[in-house]
Design a protein around this ligand. Structure first.
Ligand code: GLC
Length: 755
């Protein structure tokens, strides 16, 4: 295979295909989004054009609350069948990024605030796909925690935090499922773009990853540097990377070996994927599984006796979300659902005695409510409020929804609130509502699943995989999430999610792992065995039900700063009423390890560990201790005294964070280059250009203006085949005050690319 073909192979052919060289035995690889169901575009286009109708699965944020690895494995298998039916070889999923802040626009696409949950469920998802011949693309590697400025933001993370929180789930999936591809994130990590971050890619290789590192779409800032540092495949195609790669090869800065390694990875993938001939799948079987998944994902947060409701009662359903369920989020994971069960449709089908009202007028709502036994109000976000490409500005429901819920609760004794969002919201009416269900975004069967839970046909079993804080200011990353468009300082370190709230006793609305049931489980007879713990779980209530049991481990007397406890393992168990089962957690060393930044490796500190059996992190039923051998006096740069509080809010000085980092935070240099965005240009003399462009409303259909303003110059490569890297270079020269040189280069590049 000559170098011309090799250079062609490392960049895609178009948005969704690699290049194929049949004469070299390298078939094409067809890729498609997404994690919640197939988004196969009817025709390629900018933004997110219309896609082929598909089964809309619950979003990963919902599935994370199931804690059910077997269920997720079944969904992976079903998705593989759907891929085969559509001729897709690699599904661009799952996204397993850590949920650092509830405002992140893509939180609905990620499993959890805990790396064990994300790693175990991510592994099950990948295995389900790949055991059926469809490749996964584990994403977005790594520390992709914000949508604002996502293509140019530098995630600044201290080493122990990086390993224990942000890489841990990726490591687990590499160990347990060996994904065939990993998608490199748009952002920088500690100053280097992920697509050219040798540390990141070498780390994954050391953990055993032997697949293809593929860029996120348009995520490459420097094609040659990316290939040199380990990236294998640049997507999408028409990126004209070949000229830059060719030049680097000829100059010897890209070695032949490196190029050949990428070619080998891509050709291995091309041969590995099943290339099944498309065959239909059993839609009803998938819809039934989607129902089971939705039922296992809906969390019962509060029940003062109103649930389950009875068919002979009368109901007022309030809110358009009960008439038009919000089954998923916006962006590349969006699915054109082949069908959606809306709650009112299901109530109709089951001939339940109800009335519906949008809730537009509060007075009218209260008047209607007085005629009914139970009020069920659907509250949440509408389609474009949670999306890839931008973050939420607050954690509140709309003021109308909050007012409506409060007024209803003041005027009716039996109000059930159903929350349809993919991430936590504030609940000022929490004490007033008699029942609260977190429905999340539960795909095409959500309406049936909710109805089954409301009427007790299914017993709720889900647990929160992400904490519901009382207010946004309580979130540990609050002060350092959207304070800087170019850098994001992870100053909270390992104290993220429940690791923060539980350790620093910060009150929350509902904690990690919280989830009620209609039945009751008892936990007894805890024993430690040979590197294991076991106990008896009994369903001593009135419903057959599933229950997730959790093993948390703490180390009170540690000589380094640690979270009070951490989830180390969980099991989802189904018990009929009256049934009991002996549960065994086999231990392994990884459960006792911390990441040592002097040894740059995982170590175990010697001492007495606390082993806790619980549900929620603040709901420990059984506890014991176990002494573990290990090293003495370990070191960590994270010190508890760095964590100060002023007016109830966490505050970490920049100097303290730099001590954690072991280096100074680099000053962002706003040079004009291919990574400059319209916003950056506004700070320069090209204010007029940026203002003119950013004032135009719908520059791209369906793409928010802020997203365009934050997009780097190089992204216009994706807009038109005729634009090449040379065009970009010419524009940069022009913007840097060399108009003649720049315009000549732009014109020459456009002329040559037309040829
Ligand atoms: C998007 C997303 C990624 C998706 C890809 C293809 O920008 O970041 O998750 O798979 O591009 O649509």
């Amino acid at each position: 295979m000559d170098n011309q073909k090799k250079i062609a192979l490392i960049a895609g052919r178009d948005n969704w295909h690699t290049r194929d060289f049949p004469e070299e035995g390298i078939p094409v690889v067809t890729m498609s989004d997404g994690p919640h169901g197939l988004r196969v575009e009817k025709k390629a286009g900018i933004g997110f054009p219309q896609s082929v109708p598909a089964v809309a699965w619950p979003v990963l944020s919902a599935l994370g609350c199931s804690f059910d690895t077997e269920l997720i494995h079944e969904i992976g298998t079903a998705l593989a069948e759907e891929c085969i039916a559509e001729g897709v070889d690699v599904l661009l999923a799952p996204g397993i990024n850590h949920k650092r802040n509830p405002l992140c626009g893509r939180n609905f696409e990620y499993f959890s605030e805990d790396p064990v949950v994300s790693g175990e469920l991510g592994s099950a998802y990948v295995n389900g796909l790949q055991e059926n011949g469809i490749g996964a693309s584990l994403k977005h590697y790594a520390a992709n925690s914000r949508e604002e400025g996502r293509l140019v933001t530098d995630s600044i993370v201290e080493e122990r935090t990086l390993h224990e929180i942000y890489l841990r789930a990726f490591d687990t999936v590499i160990h347990k499922a060996k994904p065939w591809t990993m998608m490199m994130a748009y952002n920088m990590l500690n100053g280097i773009y992920c697509c050219e971050n040798e540390f990141l890619m070498n780390h994954a290789r050391k953990e055993g990853f032997d697949g293809v590192f593929v860029s996120d779409w348009g995520g490459v800032s420097d094609p040659a540097a990316s290939l040199i540092h380990g990236l294998n495949l640049i997507m999408p195609g028409n990126h004209h990377a070949d000229a830059k790669v060719q030049e680097a090869l000829e100059k010897g800065i890209l070695s032949q070996d490196k190029l050949d390694e990428s070619v080998r990875c891509i050709s291995d993938l091309a041969k590995k994927v099943s290339h099944h001939s498309p065959k239909p799948y059993d839609i009803q079987k998938h819809l039934d599984l989607a129902l089971k998944a939705a039922e296992e994902s809906i969390v019962l947060l509060k029940n003062d006796g109103v649930l389950p409701v009875k068919k002979e009662q009368s109901f007022l359903l309030v809110g358009n979300l009960l008439k038009m369920s919000n089954h998923g989020g916006n962006g590349s994971s969006k699915v054109e659902a082949i069908s959606v069960d809306h709650v009112t449709d299901i109530f109709d089908k089951r001939k339940i005695n109800y009335a519906f009202y949008s809730g537009k007028s509060i007075e009218k709502t209260i008047r209607l409510a007085k005629e009914k036994d139970i009020v069920i109000i659907g509250a949440g976000y509408y389609e474009n409020e949670e999306s890839e490409g931008y973050d939420r500005k607050n954690m509140r429901l709309s003021s109308h929804q909050n007012r409506l819920i409060r007024e209803l609760c003041n005027n009716h004794d039996h109000v059930i609130v159903v929350i349809q969002t993919g991430s936590p919201v504030e609940m000022p009416w929490k004490e007033d509502a008699e029942g609260i269900l977190y429905m999340n975004l539960t795909g095409c069967r959500g309406g049936s699943a909710l109805t089954n839970i409301l009427f007790g046909m299914t017993c709720p079993s889900a647990r929160l995989a992400e904490t519901f804080p009382q207010k946004l200011e309580d979130v540990p990353s609050y002060a350092h999430f959207s304070d800087n468009p170019h850098q994001m300082e992870y100053r909270e370190g390992i104290f993220t999610g429940y690791r923060y709230y539980d350790t620093f006793d910060i009150p929350v609305n509902y904690g990690f792992g919280h989830g009620l049931s209609y039945t009751h489980f008892s936990y007894s007879d805890l024993k430690t065995g040979d590197y294991s713990v076991s106990f008896t779980l009994k369903n001593d209530g009135d419903y057959d039900a599933r229950n997730t049991v959790c093993l948390y481990i703490g180390f009170k007397d540690s000589s380094i700063t640690r979270a009070a406890k951490e989830l180390k393992a969980f099991q989802s168990v189904y018990l009929k009423k009256g049934e009991e089962k002996r549960i065994v957690f086999n231990l392994d060393e990884s459960m006792f390890q911390y990441y040592d930044i002097q040894k740059h490796d995982w170590m175990i500190e010697e001492g007495m560990y606390q082993l806790m059996i619980g549900g929620a992190v603040n709901e420990i039923f059984l506890q014991t201790e176990m002494y573990h051998e290990g090293i003495q006096n370990p070191y960590s740069s994270i010190q508890k005294e760095f964590y100060e509080f002023s007016e109830g809010k966490l505050h970490i000085e920049k100097a303290s964070f730099e001590k954690m980092l072991g280096r100074q935070i680099p000053q962002f240099k706003n040079n004009i280059d291919a990574d400059s965005s319209l916003k950056d240009l506004e700070l320069h003399t090209f204010r007029f250009l940026a203002k003119v462009l950013s004032k135009k409303k719908e520059l791209l259909p369906g793409v928010r203006l802020s997203t365009i303003q934050e997009t780097p110059l190089r992204q216009i490569l994706m807009a038109d085949q005729k634009i090449t890297w040379e065009t970009i270079d010419g524009m940069v020269e022009l913007l840097n005050g060399m108009p003649v040189k720049g315009i000549k280069k732009v014109l020459k590049s456009l002329k040559s690319s037309r040829l």
